[in-house]
Design a protein around this ligand. Sequence first.
Ligand SMILES: Cc1cc2nc3c(=O)[nH]c(=O)nc-3n(C[C@H](O)[C@H](O)[C@H](O)COP(=O)(O)OP(=O)(O)OC[C@H]3O[C@@H](n4cnc5c(N)ncnc54)[C@H](O)[C@@H]3O)c2cc1C
Length: 336
Amino acid sequence: MADKTPPSQPAGEVDPTQETYDIIIVGAGIAGLSAAIYTTRERLSTLVLERQLPGGQILLTARVENYPGFPEPINGMELADRLTQQAKRFGARIETGAEIVRVEPAGEGAERHIVLHGKDRRFRGRAVILSVGSEYRRLGAPGEKRLMGYGVSYCATCDAPFYRDKHVMVVGGGDTAVDEGIHILDFAKRVTFVLRGQEFRAERILLDELFSHGDRVTVLANTTVEEIIGEKRVEGLVLRDVAADRKYLYECDGVFVFIGLDPNTAFLKDTLTLTEGGFIRTDACRLTTSVPGIWAAGDVRADTLKQAATAAADGVTAALNAKQYLRGKGAHMART
Ligand SMILES: Cc1cc2nc3c(=O)[nH]c(=O)nc-3n(C[C@H](O)[C@H](O)[C@H](O)COP(=O)(O)OP(=O)(O)OC[C@H]3O[C@@H](n4cnc5c(N)ncnc54)[C@H](O)[C@@H]3O)c2cc1C
């Protein structure tokens, strides 16, 4: 295993004593940790670099009901901890507080490794898996952070079943908000949409389906969320009617926020092919990116389902394909 970079090392220099890892995984969410379990079990030297703590977005939820293998709900922190322990058990080295700010693809010379630039250190890998995830845009309203996972949600597939026969608010008026709102109506007795503007921005076909639910759907246009209130769980929203410049309390059992999702790829825009929204484009089966030796996995990838189990599957797929590549069978060979 490589030693930590000595403090005397000048900023930006590669520590000459530092090992070149077989695989460097950037991001220790579910995708990255799942990849690390596989690469380490395959005896590939593996370094996982995480800017915060291991776990990623799943740390933000208290109840995960749909991750296979857990018949009872599992706390997101416990799930993250189990994955971290499993990766470490096989020898993964996980460095926290290590944010990657630039990726330098392998050159053509003798040293065909990829260099990852941290803020004051560099790391070398023969192959790289990018599993840096994405972040749901927040309202920024008081109460949102405190009640996240306790009535504040960003994912209907994850949380709608908790709202059977309840009254739920949906913030947002685009395609995603309406599509997710329709899904929530499979469970909730009533859904109230909060629109900042006058109208929805969603496709007509989605709106027709939404309004086929009749008076189970209410729309509050020209309205903003000022605060999310509730002691232990969401009990209501303080809303502002912008046209009338009036604040009022609106009771509800939960609020789903669908105002956008930002991939953590600002540092990759000059390196890889990204979608317009900034997600990493990959081959659908092998998860190869536009740069040889670099794979992408999990929520950061374009066209994924943004679920914990799909992130895990992506991590495994990227890991096994990267292994094939390192064993000299080529980047475009999948296990058959
Ligand atoms: C509140 C909430 C509840 C959810 N509930 C469920 C649920 O019940 N069931 C379900 O299946 N899914 C749920 N999800 C979705 C699920 O959490 C994600 O699909 C999954 O965690 C994605 O994993 P990931 O590894 O792809 O990315 P992430 O979890 O986003 O992990 C990415 C990691 O990369 C790190 N990182 C980012 N940039 C850098 C960088 N430059 N350098 C180093 N590290 C970096 C981040 O700090 C993060 O730790 C929920 C999501 C949220 C937000």
